[in-house]
Design a protein around this ligand. Structure first.
Ligand code: HEC
Ligand code: HEC
Length: 251
């Protein structure tokens, strides 16, 4: 939930935008200053502009470099999740760009406090738990706000499930909590699944099924997924994730 006073309203839901219009909106939001500065240590985001709108619109995939969470994100998160939050499949670090601050805040707190990522078979969760170990509550709030503002990026499909089957399940089962658009529902505490890597969705689903996530007594939200997970066979989960990876991210 973004503070309305914060600049760069590029992720606001005011209709689908092309990269070019998103760039223009971003530049207006910043008073045209500093918009193309890289803030995440990702050199692909650096561009020499300010004078013209170059085709290197990839530069829009940053948050205001003066955002109070920018340095923290760049120093402690971007090496795995990428400067623009697109993630890194080699490191199994997921995309973050469609996640809302309330969900990120909860997950960072869970990782730090041992409610998530503490199972011996959850290797990647352990990596993220280590990355959160030293964060203060204030750091977590700043980072959650920063991640919330990352411009939403679509994900590339890596799985090839049955999209029709996946859509049926998504609409009949997952949409009740995660929304038919897959963009999440804060009132139900269910995060966005659109814009999240398909391989990551499957890995988390299987963590719920296996009790590696969602079984801590202080995690009532994960428990909902833990209870639901056995209802769906593994191959169907692949189809659901394949479908969810096709959902638009910036409507
Ligand atoms: C050393 C690599 C690494 C670093 C550094 C790192 N992460 Fe992660 N992060 C991961 C991995 C791997 C996962 C996937 C964990 C899993 O599979 O359960 C993850 C998961 C997450 C998730 C959960 C996403 C979801 O959809 O549930 C969030 C949020 C997150 N990271 C944010 C951050 C933030 C913010 C920072 C900076 C403090 C950070 N990460 C630093 C590797 C890293
Ligand atoms: C009863 C509500 C509910 C339903 C129905 C539901 N979910 Fe969830 N789901 C949640 C909640 C709440 C969370 C957040 C758990 C947490 O905070 O750790 C979640 C989290 C997830 C996550 C983890 C996302 C991440 O970024 O780590 C995945 C994957 C997921 N759900 C997939 C599904 C799929 C697939 C379906 C349909 C088959 C589904 N969910 C149906 C409530 C629901």
């Amino acid at each position: 939930m973004r503070d309305p006073a914060t600049p760069i309203p590029v992720k606001e839901r005011s209709g689908r935008r092309t990269p070019l219009t998103r760039l223009i909106v971003a530049m207006l939001g910043l008073g045209l200053s500093g918009v193309l500065m890289s803030c995440g240590g990702d050199s692909s985001n650096t561009a020499d502009a300010g004078t013209s709108i170059s085709p290197q619109v990839v530069a829009v995939d940053t948050v205001n470099p003066r955002h109070p969470g920018a340095t923290l994100y760049s120093d402690q998160c971007s090496q795995c999740h990428n400067g623009n939050g697109s993630g890194n499949p080699q490191l199994r670090a997921p995309s973050l760009t469609t996640l809302d601050s309330w969900y990120v805040e909860r997950q960072l707190t869970y990782f730090r406090d041992g409610l998530r990522g503490n199972h011996p078979e959850d290797t990647h969760g352990q990596i993220m738990a280590a990355a959160s170990a030293k964060l203060s509550d204030d750091d977590i709030t700043l980072l959650a706000n920063y991640v919330d503002e990352l411009p939403a990026l679509p994900v590339s499909a890596t799985l090839s499930g049955d999209l029709k089957l996946g859509k049926d399940y998504h609409l009949n089962l997952c949409a009740a909590c995660h929304g038919s658009d897959g963009l999440g529902n804060e009132a139900l505490s269910a995060p966005a699944l659109a814009g999240i890597n398909d391989w990551y969705l499957v890995s988390q689903y299987e963590h719920f099924r296996g009790g590696r996530r969602g079984t801590h007594p202080d995690d009532p939200w994960g428990a909902q997924m833990y209870r639901l997970a056995p209802a769906i066979p593994e191959d169907v989960v692949i189809s659901i994730a394949s479908y969810q990876a096709t959902l638009p991210v910036n409507d």
